[in-house]
Write a protein that binds this ligand. Structure first.
Ligand code: HAM
Length: 423
């Protein structure tokens, strides 16, 4: 017989894990609402060229990690490796710039990268992301970082560090790139194999955040980027730092921090968490002032971030154990065919009235039905046998105390609600 297994780097999310995902999403939505962000859901599948154009043809994500294929209508499509490109496409395509000028958008959902799977690195993973499009002001960078920190703090992922850097504009970076090239040239032989390749592929900025010890020693001596930065870029960055100070957000400046996506300009940031390995960031983001225009929209500044949800789970404390009894749960137990039908009717009634209820649909014995009630951790069991049917009542058993009493069939809902609110 054929058997099937999930693909490497993908996960089935169920039971407690699915519950945690749901809880995190609900809390994240609440924070975003407070910060004035609206949800957007963009397709998982987009034209491939959207990503090559937005993220950069030379990036690892585009060159090595994208799931891309020619679909049956001979169009190159790709599973989204990140959320920003799709959100910006949607902003332009839906004319947000004409109807509202700017937008504060958030998203939650799966992203796809064909990376080597390991702890905290998956091929299908989830991001919690936000984008502020159409606002140039440095305080927007700080607002986005504040929302990110608020989410992490409220979810219980404290102990993180905010790392900050200024990458300047594309033009400013070009000047620095030339200087880096000259600097690294005499050191090529001592660089790790990856960095040698980076050097020859002109990906000089990626050498700056290499974790290899030899590379790090060489990188320590690189010239500062600041002399390539315009007054405007420097002032923008200074005001971001001011705004962070005003909001009491601590940060560390890291002049070696670069990003793996090409669209960033000026401010970039990363969240490092001690519970993750040295390699992996919990969240990252920055400003991308040229992306909207380069994707066919007007010239608008933008800034955003994305948190990796699976990495976030690694940073959170173990969830509290479920309570021994579910106060809001009832199991119905029936002892004859006629009782079964009546119980089924009552099951629907309870659920419509907002009470969580369950009953056996497999014709199990009384004992087995009671065992299920235990397993479900029901606070109450509603028993319907011949006697109860005759008297037009239900026997209601309180599973915590073991006490049993009769309640009129016509007032089941009220009686149960009364007990649930009084406990
Ligand atoms: P990124 O740095 O590529 O940025 O990814 C953001 C976060 O997604 C990472 O810090 C990490 O937590 C998570 N992540 C990335 N790859 C994986 C993976 N293979 N497995 C598990 N988690 C992963 C972006 O994606 C940008 N779009 C962020 C952004 C939004 N910049 C501006 N706006």
């Amino acid at each position: 017989m054929d058997s099937f297994r999930r693909l490497k780097g993908t996960e089935d999310i169920f039971a407690d894990e699915a519950k945690r995902f749901g809880e995190i999403e609900a809390r994240v939505r609440a924070v975003f609402r407070r910060y004035g962000f609206f949800e957007i859901r963009t397709p998982f599948l987009e034209e491939k060229r959207l990503f090559t154009h937005a993220l950069g043809t030379g990036t690892d994500v585009v060159q090595k990690e994208m799931y891309e294929f020619l679909d049956k209508s001979d169009e190159y499509v790709a599973l989204r490796p990140e959320g920003t490109a799709g959100v910006v496409r949607a902003f332009i395509e839906n004319n947000f710039h004409k109807t509202q000028g700017s937008a504060k958008l958030f998203y939650l959902g799966p992203m796809f990268r064909r990376e080597r799977p390991q702890k905290g690195r998956l091929r299908q993973f989830h991001q919690i992301g936000a984008e502020v499009i159409g606002v140039d002001h440095p305080y927007a960078d700080a607002e986005v970082i504040a929302a990110l920190c608020q989410i992490l703090t409220e979810l219980g992922a404290g102990g993180y560090k905010v790392k900050l850097n200024n990458l300047g504009t594309f033009q400013e970076r070009e000047g620095y790139r030339k200087e880096l090239q000259q600097y690294f040239e005499p050191h090529i032989a001592k660089l790790c194999e990856d960095c040698k390749n980076r050097y020859y592929a002109n990906k000089l900025f990626r050498i700056l955040d290499c974790k290899n010890e030899h590379c790090r020693n060489i990188v320590m001596g690189v010239p500062q980027m600041s002399k390539h930065l315009s007054d405007e870029s420097q002032q923008h960055y200074a005001r971001v730092k001011d705004a962070l100070a005003v909001m009491g957000i601590a940060y560390i400046e890291d002049r070696y921090m670069v990003r793996g996506l090409d669209y960033y300009t000026k401010t970039v940031f990363e969240i490092a968490h001690p519970k993750l390995g040295a390699q992996d960031a919990l969240a990252a983001g920055g400003r991308y002032d040229k992306l909207v225009e380069s994707l066919g929209g007007p010239s608008l500044g933008a800034v955003g971030f994305a948190i990796g949800l699976e990495r976030l789970l690694l940073c959170l404390d173990a969830p509290k154990a479920d309570p021994a009894v579910r106060e809001d749960h009832v199991t119905l137990v029936s002892l004859s065919d006629e009782a079964f039908k009546k119980s089924f009717e009552t099951l629907g009634l309870l659920r419509r009235e907002g009470i969580a209820a369950e009953m056996d649909l497999q014709g199990k014995s009384f004992k087995s039905q009671m065992r299920t009630a235990d397993k479900m951790k029901s606070a109450y069991v509603l028993i319907l046998g011949e006697d109860e049917l005759k008297k037009n009542v239900f026997s209601l058993k309180n599973m915590r105390t073991g006490e049993q009493e009769e309640i009129a069939a016509g007032s089941v809902v009220q009686e149960i609600k009364k007990r649930m609110t009084s406990c």
